[in-house]
Ligand binder design. Structure first.
Ligand code: 13P
Length: 210
């Protein structure tokens, strides 16, 4: 896909996420790999009102080369690209259900949301660990995220929100949406004893859909 097409897709997906309440105010940021570097949402921008020409452009070393000043979370996105060579896009949201799960002290930090539904497993994967709290924009978060992303397509930042990678921008956005829905189900079912997908069912999904 051309860079112009990626810019337009970023604008339309950002608007769609914002319109459906996955992001409010200027929360969240999105990046996508292009031929000679990365496109990234500008800092303090609303995902609902991005402009294709203003989107930040970074070179392959994540240096700002054009457009508005990039998100202060550049290192968060970089951690995913460094850990996961197949990643073509990264989406960070403060979507409320996933963020709520990241505020619960009594969940399994290795994998707080169990395999409740097939699409969560297919889009987000086998597990999604929690990364301890860091102040937004704190570069110290980078190594912690990179370490967690070595074995997971998505991580949940404690008391902050999810960070999700995908092979394409559309894949990463779909995974972020599935993660939010799975978090809602998890919260609805707290205190119940839901039937989970079995390990064999999880492996069957990953073997069939990747
Ligand atoms: P930016 O506006 O710098 O992208 O930060 C928003 C955010 O979501 C911080 O985590």
């Amino acid at each position: 896909m051309s860079e112009i097409a990626q810019r337009e897709l970023l604008v339309s997906l950002g608007a769609s996420l914002f319109a459906r309440g996955f992001s409010v105010g200027s929360a969240g940021n999105i990046s996508v790999k292009v031929a000679d570097g990365y496109l990234m949402t500008p800092t303090n921008s609303s995902l609902g009102r991005l402009e294709a020409a203003q989107i930040s452009k970074l070179d392959r070393n994540f240096q700002h080369v054009a457009g508005d000043k990039p998100s202060k979370e550049v290192f968060m996105h970089r951690a995913f690209y460094d850990a996961r060579p197949e990643a073509g896009a990264v989406v960070h949201l403060h979507s409320s259900a996933a963020t709520a799960v990241g505020c619960l002290p009594d969940v399994d930090p290795e994998n707080p949301i169990p395999p409740l539904t097939p699409y969560f497993v297919m889009r987000v994967g086998r597990r999604m660990p929690v990364v301890p709290y860091y102040r937004p924009g704190d570069p110290a978060m980078g190594p912690a995220i990179q370490q967690a992303a070595m074995t997971a397509r998505a991580v949940l930042l404690a008391n902050h929100g999810p960070v999700v990678s995908g092979a394409t921008l559309l894949d990463a956005v779909y995974a972020a949406e599935e993660l939010e829905e799975a978090a809602k189900l998890f919260l609805m079912l707290r205190g119940a004893a839901p039937r989970l997908l079995t390990p064999a069912q999880v492996e069957d999904l990953l073997g069939t859909f990747g």
